[in-house]
Design a protein around this ligand. Structure first.
Ligand code: CO
Length: 311
């Protein structure tokens, strides 16, 4: 009880009450969807059905997706979301990372977890979770980020795996999914200190491979960058359509569905937009050696008593 009233005092003092409420509501949407999706995701389900169900559920909770849901299988670490007609299914033994982002009026919560039915992979799955659990309570004002990163590395290595060293957690700001600071999953030199009321997403990735990821040619997620002239009519339609996302990431699938555009035309138009610098790309990231990757993520408000937005 005492802690509760203390928190209420600090809401007025440091973070505007309305902003805090938006973060908490976004966090509740992500948490609810994280929990419910664990129940409804079954083997042999199409990834696209999982994605649409999750994104609809975010809206049922009064929030909007802050990024297309990432459904990255096995050696894919992040940034995969299926196209409208994707026929990939979640198969027995697959390791599926479900990364869910929701926002209320631009205030974002980001959370993820991993599913795998193969009991032999449970230790790898748990390694990223243990690392996340070990550092959440460290997110206090004045905390050294380097200590948090070193702890993530230590826990994952202690489990016999490698953290992914070139994939990081990140700050969250209004309509900005990748704000400062980056939160590395390995120790580093430097002395970034966390500040009161900063919102950060911590996301340890563990692997039995090299511990590095690389970009692939495959791109399913994009974001608007700047308005440059394009000739393709479909590309112009896409520019108008994606303004609603306020610069936050969107999926090829959202365009196929929202503009009723077939995959072939959509891909051609997106390619022209990339070429002209109108949109940014988020290439699918895979583990360098092709090894399995697990991931767990929470968003936290930095306080003496850290507020975990996603649970
Ligand atoms: Co994230």
């Amino acid at each position: 009880m005492e802690k509760m009233s203390l928190n209420f005092c600090r809401i007025d003092e440091f973070m505007d009450a309305e902003i805090l409420e938006s973060y908490i509501k976004a966090g509740k949407a992500v948490s609810a969807v994280m929990n419910k999706s664990q129940e409804f995701i079954k083997e042999d389900m199409l990834l696209v059905d999982i994605a649409e169900k999750i994104e609809n559920m975010i809206q049922e909770h009064g929030a909007m997706p802050g990024c297309p849901v990432n459904l990255s299988l096995n050696n894919k670490a992040a940034h995969f979301t299926p196209a409208k007609n994707d026929s990939t299914v979640f198969k027995k033994g697959d390791m599926l990372k479900i990364d869910i982002t929701a926002h209320i009026d631009g205030y974002i919560a980001d959370g993820s977890y991993t599913l795998c039915s193969d009991a032999n992979q449970k230790k790898l799955l748990d390694a990223s979770k243990k690392a996340l659990d070990a550092v959440i309570e460290m997110c206090m004002p004045g905390a050294k980020l380097s200590k948090i990163s070193a702890m993530i590395e230590e826990v994952i290595k202690g489990e016999g795996y490698k953290p992914i060293e070139n994939l990081t957690g990140h700050g969250l700001d209004r309509f900005d999914l990748h704000a400062i600071p980056q939160v590395p999953n390995v120790s580093f030199n430097g002395d970034y200190l966390l500040e009161e009321d900063q919102v950060i997403a911590i996301e340890p990735f563990a692997t039995n491979g090299d511990g590095r990821i690389r970009d692939t040619e495959e791109v399913m997620i994009f974001s608007f960058s700047e308005l440059n002239p394009v000739r393709n009519m479909d590309a112009r339609k896409i520019i108008d359509f994606v303004q609603q996302y306020n610069g936050m990431p969107f999926a090829q699938r959202w365009i196929e569905t929202g503009l009723n555009m077939n995959e072939f035309k959509t891909k051609i138009a997106l390619r022209e937009l990339v070429k002209n610098g109108v949109i940014n790309t988020y290439p699918v990231l895979v583990e360098k050696k092709g090894s399995m990757v697990s991931q767990h993520e929470h968003s936290v408000i930095v306080r003496d008593d850290p507020v975990v937005l996603t649970k």
